[in-house]
Design a protein around this ligand. Structure first.
Ligand code: C2O
Ligand code: CU
Ligand code: CU
Length: 468
């Protein structure tokens, strides 16, 4: 365990409130005693921009950004959620391979948490890495108002970085007065989705984050936006890409060009900070054309630690069992338009919207989840527990779809038909892309499979994959 003084100090103070207490909670527990954390989703107000305090936000902490939750690989966690909202909610642990009952999908895995109620999630994260948490109920509005936070699962063994910094990347849809404007429109739902107007890092515009000069800093980028595929790069330092979607790369890659990170995805970088104090490294997002915007800055502090990027070793692999491609059955998934563009019978339930534009295998999903637990919808596919499958994913539309599967790592298959050694929980399919992944059906449940552009998810681009 690195001493606390070597951990990142966030000079803006924006994240400090959640960071330090959670870290000390983690340090106090032994490996077998559960880590106990609590979250309280509720209304919030916060100065997102210089313009004004943004009202009518939602957060997992009082008038502050959602805390960075830290768990430890292989150590049981108990997370108690008190719902201070005036509507129902759930918490989903995006990317963490949890048992089905802990997955946080309303009516499918649990009865949603009513206002004033407390619900306790209990699971042991099998994999280390960078994940995130968010509601799976009225998501278009609850995430848009702020309910999305970073979840870190620390490796069983400390990886000895000089600092560990998570950056929550997302847009908010605000008017000039700093207040929310309409989150979506049917026109955008049927196309690429509705984009935010203000891009933020840790709920701030261009925050400055302090990091040790000459140090090797683990920078965890977590894209939680409801729509935007971020094109990110670093200026002012060399960096290596060491993990995607929490899963370590067998061979870390030097970061040269921009990194496309879609809604739901994460990237772990190791940044070699400049040697001189006050030198800065910029996290830059590229917009259409050549326009660039600085999302956040790392500023070097203290005497140089003189670390070498060449000394970096890959992160330890996660204990995900590999699918057996020789025995794998192939399944096709086609992401397309809705066959009829029809409206559903039931409106207004758990943030349901009265439009359908999208489908998977020509099947249109009802919304977050059907309200009747006895009818969880016809699964897109039924998988046998313990068997391996090859998913052929085909995007036949003109828009991007980051396709996310709950409960599993999807192992990428290369052009040579072999496993590449990389796994994801969210796969970005750009317009007309075809991608193959392999899945070992080792976790029983009715798992949600959906596009993470929330307007697409809400208007049909979702389904269930049954493993039994
Ligand atoms: Cu980020 Cu269905 O999840
Ligand atoms: Cu998920
Ligand atoms: Cu989509």
């Amino acid at each position: 365990m690195a001493p606390l003084s070597r951990r990142a100090l966030i000079t803006t103070g924006l994240c400090a409130s959640g960071f330090v207490p959670l870290l000390s909670q983690m340090v106090s527990g032994g490996p077998s005693s559960p880590i106990s954390l609590s979250l309280a989703p509720g209304p919030a107000r916060y100065p997102l921009t210089g313009a004004a305090v943004t009202e009518a936000m939602m957060s997992y902490a009082a008038d502050a950004p959602p805390p960075v939750l830290r768990l430890r690989q292989g150590q049981p966690a108990r997370i108690s959620v008190l719902n201070n909202l005036s509507e129902i909610t759930t918490v989903h642990w995006h990317g963490v391979r949890v048992p089905f009952a802990q997955d946080g999908v309303p009516w499918l895995t649990q009865v949603p948490i009513g206002p004033g109620e407390t619900y306790v999630y209990d699971f042991t994260p099998p994999d280390a890495g960078t994940y995130w948490y968010h509601p799976h109920c009225n998501t278009l509005e609850q995430i848009a108002r702020g309910l999305a936070g970073v979840l870190i699962v620390d490796e069983a063994e400390d990886q000895a970085f000089d600092a560990d910094i998570a950056v929550l990347v997302r847009d908010f849809r605000l008017g000039k007065d700093g207040q929310f404007i309409a989150f979506a429109s049917p026109r955008n739902m049927a196309r690429g989705g509705t984009f935010g107007t203000v891009s933020t890092a840790d709920w701030a515009v261009d925050p400055v984050i302090s990091a040790p000069a000459g140090g090797l800093v683990r920078l965890r980028l977590v894209v939680t936006d409801v729509t935007r595929v971020y094109d990110l790069s670093l200026q002012g330092a060399e960096a290596m890409l060491v993990a995607l979607d929490g899963q370590p790369l067998v061979n870390p890659e030097a970061l040269s060009e921009g990194l496309l990170i879609a809604p739901g995805q994460r990237a772990d970088l190791v940044v070699r900070m400049p040697d001189l104090a006050d030198e800065t490294v910029s996290l830059v997002m590229r917009l259409r054309g050549k326009e660039e915007r600085v999302l956040a800055r790392l500023v070097a502090s203290g005497p140089s630690l003189s670390r070498r990027l060449a000394d970096l070793r890959p992160l330890p692999p996660n204990p995900t069992a590999l699918p057996d491609l020789a025995q794998a059955e192939a399944l096709d998934f086609v992401f397309g338009w809705s066959p009829e563009g029809n409206a559903p019978e039931s409106g207004g339930f758990c943030g349901d919207v009265p439009y359908r534009f999208w489908s998977i295998n020509r099947q249109v999903f009802g919304g977050d989840a059907p309200p009747d637990p006895a009818r969880p919808g016809t699964p897109l596919a039924e998988l046998r527990l313990g068997k391996s499958y090859r998913f052929r994913l085909r995007n036949e539309t003109q828009n991007d779809h980051p396709i996310h599967l709950h409960g599993f790592a999807m192992h990428l298959i290369g052009p040579d038909g072999k496993l590449t050694g990389q796994a994801r929980d969210t796969i970005l399919l750009r317009s007309h892309d075809v991608t193959e992944v392999a899945v070992l059906a080792d976790n029983p449940g009715d798992w949600v499979f959906h596009c993470h552009v929330i307007e697409h998810q809400k208007t049909g681009l979702a389904g269930i994959i049954r493993v039994s």
